[in-house]
Design a protein around this ligand. Sequence first.
Ligand code: RIB
Ligand code: CA
Length: 308
Amino acid sequence: MSKPLLLIDTDPGVDDALAILMAHEHARVSALTIAAGNVGLAHTVRNARTLVDLLGADTLVYPGCQTPLVRMPEEDAVHVHGTDGLGDVGFSEPKAVVADEHAAQAILRITREQPDLTLVALGPLTNLALAVRLDPTLPQRVKRLVIMGGAVTGLGNTGKIPAEFNIGFDPEAAHVVFEAFPMFDLVDWEVVLRHAFNDGEFNAWLAAGDQRATFFEKVFGTARAFNAKRGRRGVIAADALAMAVAIDPSMVTRVEERHVAVELDGRLTRGATVVDWTARLGQPANARIVMAVDQDRFGAMVRAALGA
Ligand code: RIB
Ligand code: CA
């Protein structure tokens, strides 16, 4: 099977980092377009460059929007990813260059130049929404869109109970994207929790000695401690699961096609992904909601990306 060609929009971010390692191991990476989200854009751009240096890759890094489309975010994720977004390990200034083109423009140009791309969205959808507003024909030339985001039965992970972080950070952007793309693959927070890795198994991968494993063990400290404090069991890697689905969709074992919308105004629910589970409103499905994947194949993909 030839390696898929991916354009990754991301807010690195610890789990973004693992997903980016996976992409460079198992796929061809056209570009990294960078969003603000987990931490501010200056950090997320720098973190992407750190990862490109680690991998010795020539992947270009395109900086995106510094803020959400409309309203300023109510929270970031420094409590999970550290102040710098990579576990506050203190990496030196990376060498990888920052491209002199905005992420939204890069998405439009690259998808024109490489029409069989899979777009993988691992952070807030600000850049993608801006690209769609600049050129509404974008969805027509994208082979697949895979989004990590949402909580399809309201079990979110932010200060708004039903909202997941990527959608909740920029709900208007998510609304634009969900309305513009006729169909996308949705890897939500709830399926991520169902596919956490066993701690012992993951620790064995980290002990493999590969520089990628050593790197990830260093950056993973803050997120792992936070999840443990939250009583979350196992190793949770949201973006890694979305990346696995993007690289090898055949690993998906259960999917539900439904219409998904984004709540923009609710005092308690802004950023929630609202699924019409019984198709009651008769709107066409716009999302293939990933409900389950083959855990062994997911694990094998992550393990290989860590050189284990
Ligand atoms: O809710 C999980 C998502 O929010 C992941 O993409 C993580 O990196 C954060 O951006
Ligand atoms: Ca992310």
